[in-house]
Design a protein around this ligand. Structure first.
Ligand code: GDP
Ligand code: MG
Length: 601
């Protein structure tokens, strides 16, 4: 296809504003998917995506389209729709998908208006110099206020309100006009047809039959089957076994040239060999430089994952090895916990990524897991100049610490202006610093904060939702680290630290954390034959203490007389109960107590 008749675009939207539904209508309207085989969220191909209604992997689909009106009426075009994930955890993947496009449909729910993710995505699209097409969706809803939100959207991007298109992904109204606008407004791709080939990877997925399927956008030159290709970041070369387009399934072709979007297969078995953002070139005639913007995935949130049943450890390891094939951002290494046994310290892009991995381990591999409270990565600088990167709070160094650094985010909160006070109070309590505040309209306000990532990881979103009756939306992006007054709080049972409960917290919150944890454990741990003190400590300084009083637990005391079978049953039951106990020093702790203590916050 000549570049002049190609348009590469994506749809960007806040979650639930109707991106997937609109994509479905586009697939149907262009005849790529027949009505008879259509299913909702067609492009969300993973089970977990369809069930949760979220997009995790980027996707591309080729839509043949001939406008019936407008500047290009009657001319056949190829539209490549690149579908992007809609969550902050995957913002790097989103940025690479946007870099593969020339235009973006900015989709806003006509009953909700602009939300935090709308803004975050818009800024990202503008950084990539994309042509923005503003669109209001769900105009079929009785609660839609298209005039009001068209004005809001026009004001935001600097256009006239009547340039904002109005569509319904549900009924299909306005979708044809939208595709015609894409043809007219989005620039055709440009690139050098005779230059050495350069293609950008915007996602890759593992397929058990075909190996890794890599999604690419060709920038310069051409890629053809059977040639040797070079991955510029790793310097690895592979034979190009197959290349083609997706419409809506994979269709092999004789090659892809300037501006085209599609897939390729080399037979590799691990997505780490096809890195998002990397540049593919011709191994025999390589390009002189890679495309800008490549970055290694960087785990932001860590958590320990342990099998509930210790004998499942090898299965957990195998499951992680398998998941890794399809998840270049997942990192893990073996870890031993005094409280939880053998497990893995795993690194994730964020909380959603953590949840998805955990859910897949439990569902697809049938594992029962305990996870420790998620924590961020700290950098500790010692007075002697030594530097530690701490991904597990129990490994926070002792000794003379010069400074501790924690990751920060730049957060955007959007809400009705009535809630400004409540939001400020929450952000302040979470150690936030206000950067600025803008009114999008009379009654909607945007607040910008820097906040420690650790404070967001800890139920920030739920707290925000409950203080604003669900009306606030949140988006954030990493920014520079900050030095902070952080300490490690240990929890000791009968003098022995329980590693799974160590936490790194701000000095001012250490006492509250210690008290809460100690009293929670006092409730959860049964009495023992001797008194058990529970202490929270910073170094050797105890900041909170609770006691579990001693008891002589004689189950037989309940059996008067000589009912032998009843006695035996009780003894057996007691023995069974013991099996699920973990020893922390001399203290027996039921595994349920750990699980409850780790999950209730
Ligand atoms: P996404 O999160 O942006 O992909 O949003 P979805 O496409 O999954 O849509 C979110 C919800 O809005 C679903 O329940 C859709 O059925 C509904 N929805 C999407 N588009 C429309 C529309 O045009 N009209 C109405 N009434 N509902 C819509
Ligand atoms: Mg969706």
């Amino acid at each position: 296809t000549p570049p002049e008749s190609i348009r590469n675009f994506c749809i960007i939207a806040h979650i639930d504003h109707g991106k997937s539904t609109l994509a479905d209508r586009m697939l149907q309207m262009t005849g790529v998917v027949e009505a008879r085989v259509m299913r909702d969220q067609y492009l969300d191909r993973m089970d977990i995506e369809r069930e949760r209604g979220i997009t995790i992997k980027s996707q591309a689909v080729r839509l043949p389209f001939t406008p019936s009106s407008g500047a290009h009426a009657g001319q056949a075009h190829v539209l490549n729709l690149i579908d992007t994930p809609g969550h902050v955890d995957f913002s790097y993947e989103v940025s690479r998908s946007l870099a593969a496009c020339e235009g973006a449909v900015l989709l806003v729910d006509a009953a909700q208006g602009i939300e935090a993710q709308t803004l975050a995505n818009l800024y990202m699209a503008m950084e990539n110099d994309l042509q923005i097409i503003p669109v209001l969706n769900k105009i079929d809803l009785p609660a839609a206020q298209p005039d009001k939100y068209a004005a809001e959207l026009a004001h935001l991007i600097g256009c006239e309100p009547d340039e904002v298109l109005r569509v319904s992904g549900k009924t299909g109204a306005g979708v044809r006009e939208l595709l015609e606008r894409v043809v007219d407004d989005v620039p055709a791709p440009t690139g050098e047809a005779d230059a050495p080939a350069r293609a950008m990877i915007f996602d890759s997925v593992y397929d058990s039959y075909r190996g890794v399927v890599t999604y690419i956008r060709v920038i310069d030159g051409m890629l053809t089957p059977r040639e040797r290709i070079l991955m510029m970041s790793t310097k690895a070369t592979h034979e190009l076994l197959e290349i083609g387009v997706i419409s809506p399934e994979m269709q092999a072709s004789s090659g892809l040239s300037v501006g085209e979007v599609g897939y390729l297969i080399t037979g590799v078995k691990d997505v780490r060999q096809s890195k998002v953002g990397d540049t593919i070139t011709d191994a025999a005639k390589p390009a002189s430089g890679g495309l800008p913007g490549y970055r290694e995935p960087k785990p932001m949130v860590f958590s320990g994952l342990y099998p509930l049943d210790g004998s499942d450890y090898p299965d957990l390891r195998d499951a992680l090895d398998k998941l890794k094939l399809n998840d270049a951002a997942l990192v893990y290494e073996p870890e031993t916990s005094g409280a939880l046994g053998f497990g893995f310290r795993c690194g994730f892009l964020g909380l959603l990524h953590l949840e998805i991995v955990r859910e897949r381990l439990e569902r697809e591999f049938g594992l029962d897991l305990i996870s420790t409270a998620p924590n961020v990565v700290y950098e500790v600088l010692m007075e002697d100049g030594e530097q530690h990167v701490v991904t597990n709070p129990s490994e926070f160094p002792d000794g003379k610490i010069a400074s501790v650094w924690e990751p920060m985010v730049r957060a955007t909160v959007l809400a009705p202006s009535d809630y400004v006070g409540a939001i400020m109070e929450l952000c302040q309590a979470r150690r936030g610093a206000l950067l600025g505040m803008d009114y999008l309209s009379e009654d909607r306000v945007e607040l910008r904060y820097t906040l420690p990532l650790a404070e967001i990881v800890f139920d920030f979103f739920d707290a925000l939702k409950s203080r604003t009756r669900g009306y606030a939306s949140l988006d954030y992006e990493p920014t520079e680290q900050a030095e902070s007054d952080l300490v490690k709080v240990d929890i000791l049972l009968h003098g022995d630290p329980v590693d799974a409960f160590s936490a790194i917290v701000h000095k001012e919150k250490a006492y509250a954390y210690g008290v809460a944890m100690a009293s929670k454990l006092r409730e959860l741990i049964p009495r023992q034959q001797f008194e058990v003190p529970i202490q929270a400590a910073i170094g050797s300084r105890v900041i909170a203490r609770e006691n579990i009083r001693a008891i002589r637990k004689d189950v037989l005391a309940k059996c008067y007389g000589g009912d032998i079978t009843r006695k035996r049953k009780l003894l057996e039951r007691q023995k069974e109960g013991k099996k699920r106990m973990k020893m922390v020093g001399r203290v027996e702790v039921p595994q349920e107590a750990f699980i409850a203590a780790l999950s209730s916050d």
